[in-house]
Design a protein around this ligand. Structure first.
Ligand code: TMP
Ligand code: ASP
Length: 253
């Protein structure tokens, strides 16, 4: 089979040219990194789980009219996506204080916030993705005022959807990060959710036990990351019932 052309390789995923113009194939790797790649490991099966979970969340968003880049899953590790022009920002929504927010503002992890708080980080590994304000974004032209308003609205819709779906399976959505891209249709441009939505980019706490079911398990050495992600997938019905043992996914197709 002819080798596909690699377009981009990041820490957790690879993008290949897609079968049609305007599409990419997104491949999920097993690599886990934290603290701007200071910590790195390969977690067997993580890519398979994130591919499935991102498919689950993105197709759910598509179904309720929140546009995403996701078209369809191709196999265990790959999905077909629309090519978008990425906005160089990480958009973080927080419902409960945790992580860098708790450190920066001295608020205990687990403190509920008065309302969801949307933050922007400038995507630049060399700078460690610094927190930026709307002023920086507008002044440097990373996005315009209308884009900013649309990004906040999009992020809050994603928050409502994810919070509800996860609450239904006993999981609290503490915070998450999305990335947003532009799709051009002639002169008309719209913003869509891109990249991935998975436990790599969310904080997910079990409502009963408070157990971490996200990448903090890896960042903070709290246990087996694949087990935590498998638990999320299992609760959401994303894993075939028969697959066992849990930590080593034996997904069909
Ligand atoms: P933070 O508390 O470390 O700023 O993280 C906030 C949320 O963003 C959390 O759900 C994890 C996610 N995140 C990423 O997806 N990628 C990153 O590089 C970082 C730092 C956080
Ligand atoms: N994704 C970032 C890294 O690879 C940081 C993180 O998620 O904690 O270092």
């Amino acid at each position: 089979m002819a080798r596909r052309k690699k377009v981009y390789e990041g820490k957790g995923k690879v993008l290949y040219e897609g079968p049609e113009p305007g599409t990419f194939v997104q491949y999920f790797k097993d690599d886990a990194t934290a603290f701007n790649s200071e910590k790195h490991d390969v977690i067997e099966g993580k890519g398979v789980l994130n591919n499935r979970l991102s498919e689950f969340f993105m197709s759910g968003l598509n179904a309720i009219g929140v546009p995403t880049h996701f078209i369809k899953r191709i196999n265990m590790r790959e999905q077909l996506i629309r090519q978008v022009e990425m906005i160089p920002l990480e958009v973080v929504v927080r419902n409960i204080a945790a992580g860098s927010f708790s450190k920066r503002l001295g608020i205990d992890e687990g403190e509920p916030l008065p309302r969801p708080i949307v933050e922007f980080y400038y995507k630049d590994d060399a700078l460690g993705d610094p927190l930026v304000t709307e002023e920086h974004i507008l002044a440097f032209g990373w996005a315009g005022q209308q884009d900013l308003d649309d990004m906040v609205a999009l992020a809050l819709r994603v928050n409502d959807f994810l919070s509800g779906v996860l609450l239904g399976v006993g999981i609290r959505l503490v915070d998450f990060k999305i990335e947003i891209g532009r799709i051009w249709e002639g002169d008309y441009m719209r913003l869509v959710v891109a990249d991935e939505i998975s436990p790599d980019s969310c904080r997910l706490w079990d409502i009963k036990t408070g157990n971490r079911l996200d990448k903090d398990v890896f960042r903070r050495d709290l246990g087996d990351l694949a087990d935590a992600y498998t638990e999320v997938a299992r609760r959401l019905g994303v894993l075939p019932q028969t697959s066992a043992p849990l930590g080593k996914p034996t997904l069909i197709n």
